[in-house]
Structure formats: structure tokens, C-alpha cells
Design a protein around this ligand. Structure first.
Ligand code: SF4
Length: 365
């Protein structure tokens, strides 16, 4: 592929931040021209950017190995690239040797994981996304108030496990509409729902409606739990989908928000929608008869993978690229406190050198 970056060199390119897209983006393509509609915003969110930068900075500052509990973010390329630089990914903290340094992933961890890390004298860097931490705090507060908490989310997902760990005796996971029938609570006047941050906005609304029908006194979380990045990426793909014969979502199979983008694209009217980890997975027959292909990416996907997909599509004849921007974003999170302090101690700036694409909380987030 002509302008695809070289595999061996780009693994050392910073994974963080969304680099500017090449300049050949048009406002509008000519009639009859086969085109790519690039959904904006897409890719890295502030929480992923912070988490990936935390591992990169830790490797630079303390040297390899740096242990990481679970995938730092759900993206194969990111995880493989960091592993090549010396990050060691483990499933649980008991796999980390005593006294070593471990990074907790963006998805957050249950309190028991912090306790275990303390028992093993591990040096921790907590890269939990602040928006996930916000949901943990809600869970703790409502559990303290003796509420039954209905956590809408995917059972088994790391974020859900972490949130549920805040008050396992008070939290029930609602995976789907079908689960609602069997939910029992202690006091129907003391029920609240909260949610995973990366769900489908529309599907969650439907589940909440059904919960409200069963528990009319159910309380909403003080602010929506589905994060700004999930909202914005779904809104962007919904905008382009009706104009697209095919939508390609770049993202890994275990990335909840990437998988949701495929569903949202189909619901919003895309002819067909596929998820790929990388450009090589695109099958030419997916594009048969297509005039316009939409491209977007999940919140854990570095922009260079999107560039590769666009380059591949150009080779298949989709030569004109239009960017369709629905929301401007400028959210940014600082690195974890102890990492910032260690960076400052050695005279390094705790701010990241790259620029994060401008972002703002969407009004409906
Ligand atoms: S998708 Fe949302 S909650 Fe998850 S890391 Fe990104 S900003 Fe945080």
C-alpha cells in the first residue's frame, strides 16, 4: 500500500493523540465521484489518550518493564505496540512481581484490586478514565444511601466488573431488556440506574424506559454516564450513515464503543457496516457497487490506522475524501498525579508533547 507507514518504524511513533489528517480532504466531492465520508469526531478520546500516554511516559521515565493490568485500552495495535516497547500485560495483579510498577487500565478497577496491589507493595499508576471514576463515585454514594443500583452494561466487561466491585451486594448488572423481568429489589422506592460509559445511547434509553415502567420511582444518575466521546462518535456516524453504501469502523472486536458504532451505523441507514482492526482486513467485495464509503473509528483507535484504511480505500477507487464534522471536541485529562509528580521531579514536563484533536463535551453528553 502506497502511503501506509512502515510497520517497524511506526511502532515507535507516539500512539497518543490524533495527528492531523493529510491535507487532501475536500469540502465536497464531484458528482459521480466515488467518495469516502470521514466521520468527525472519531478515534482517540481524552481518557484513552491519557491512559496510553501514561504507559508511554512510564516506560520512558522508569524504563522497561512496566506492568499493565489488562489491556490498557481495547485496541490490538496499541497493546502490541506498547508490548514491543517493554510493557508487560497481565490479567491480574498477582502476576506482577512484588514491588514492581503496574498501570491500571482506562476501564477502571474494583477496590479489591487496589487492596491486592497494596498487599504486594506494587507501585501503581491509575490510568482509569476520570469519567469511569465518576461512575464509581456514583455507585459508592448510592450504595451508601442503601439504594439498589441497576448497572446497565455488558456483564464481563472490565469497566462493568470494576464498577460492580464498588458495592457488589448492591449492584445488579442489566445486560439487556430481557434481564429486566427477573430483577428484584429490596425497596422499589430506593432504586437508581447507572451505566457503562460506552453503550449505545439509543439502546440504553430503551432499557431505561422499560426499567421506569417496572420501577416508577427509579432515579436517574445525576449526569448521564455514557461519556461525551461515545455520544459524539455515535452522533457523527449517524450523520454519515444514511449517505453511505458501506461504513467501515476501525476498532478491535473487544472494544465496546467500536462494536456499538457498527450497530449504530446500520440502524441509521448504512447499506452495510463492517468493523476492522486494520486496513488489510477490508475485503474488496464489501465495496461492490458502492459509491460512498463512510469511515470512523472507536475511541481507542490511533489515527494512523484510519489513515491506512483511507489509503486502502483510495486504492479501491474511492479517491475523494470528505470530512463530515458534527461536534468539535476539546476535552483533555492530565496524567495520573503520581506520574506527573515523578516527571516534574526529574525536570520533565508532565504535559504531553502531542496535540489532542480539539474536543468539547457535547451538549447531550
Ligand atoms: S470512551 Fe469515554 S469513558 Fe471510555 S476512556 Fe474514553 S472518555 Fe473515558
Amino acid at each position: 500500500m502506497g502511503n501506509m507507514s512502515d510497520e517497524n518504524t511506526r511502532e515507535y511513533v507516539s500512539l497518543a493523540g490524533a495527528a492531523a489528517f493529510p491535507a487532501d480532504i475536500h469540502q465536497t466531492c464531484g458528482a459521480g465521484e466515488k467518495k469516502i465520508l470521514l466521520a468527525t469526531p472519531r478515534g482517540y478520546c481524552a481518557g484513552v489518550d491519557r491512559a496510553v500516554s501514561s504507559v508511554e511516559k512510564a516506560l520512558e521515565l522508569y524504563g522497561a518493564p512496566v506492568y499493565v493490568r489488562k489491556e490498557i485500552v481495547h485496541n490490538k495495535f496499541v497493546v502490541e505496540s506498547l508490548a514491543k516497547r517493554g510493557a508487560i500485560f497481565v490479567s491480574e495483579t498477582d502476576e506482577v512481581p512484588h514491588g514492581e510498577r503496574v498501570v491500571f487500565s482506562a476501564h477502571g478497577v474494583a477496590p479489591s484490586v487496589y487492596e491486592e496491589a497494596q498487599e504486594r507493595n506494587l507501585l501503581t499508576i491509575d490510568a482509569t478514565c476520570p469519567l469511569v471514576t465518576k461512575v464509581h463515585k456514583q455507585a459508592k454514594r448510592f450504595a451508601h444511601g442503601e439504594y439498589d443500583i441497576l448497572l446497565i452494561g455488558h456483564a464481563g466487561h472490565e469497566e462493568v466488573e470494576g464498577t460492580q466491585g464498588e458495592a457488589p451486594e448492591r449492584i445488579q448488572v442489566v445486560n439487556s431488556k430481557e434481564d429486566i423481568e427477573n430483577i428484584e429489589v429490596r425497596d422499589p422506592h430506593k432504586v437508581v440506574w447507572i451505566s457503562q460509559t460506552t453503550l449505545s445511547v439509543d439502546e440504553t434509553e430503551e432499557i431505561v424506559k422499560l426499567l421506569r415502567a417496572k420501577f416508577p420511582h427509579i432515579i436517574d444518575p445525576p449526569s448521564g454516564d455514557i461519556c461525551y466521546a461515545t455520544h459524539n462518535r455515535q452522533k457523527a456516524v449517524k450523520t454519515i450513515a444514511p449517505q453511505c453504501d458501506v461504513v467501515i469502523v476501525v476498532g478491535s472486536a473487544n472494544s465496546s464503543n467500536s462494536v456499538r458504532l457498527v450497530e449504530v451505523a446500520l440502524d441509521a441507514g448504512a447499506g452495510r457496516a463492517y468493523r476492522v482492526d486494520k486496513s488489510e482486513e477490508i475485503q474488496e467485495q464489501w465495496l461492490d457497487g458502492a459509491q460512498s464509503v463512510g469511515v470512523t473509528s472507536g475511541a481507542s483507535v490511533p489515527e494512523l490506522l484510519v489513515r491506512d484504511v483511507v489509503a486502502q480505500l483510495k486504492e479501491y477507487g474511492f479517491t475523494c475524501v470528505e470530512s463530515v464534522e458534527t461536534v468539535t471536541e476539546d476535552t483533555r485529562f492530565s496524567l495520573p498525579k503520581n506520574l506527573r509528580a515523578d516527571l516534574m521531579d526529574v525536570g520533565q514536563s508532565p504535559d504531553r508533547p502531542h496535540k489532542v484533536r480539539a474536543t468539547t463535551l457535547s451538549q447531550d453528553a
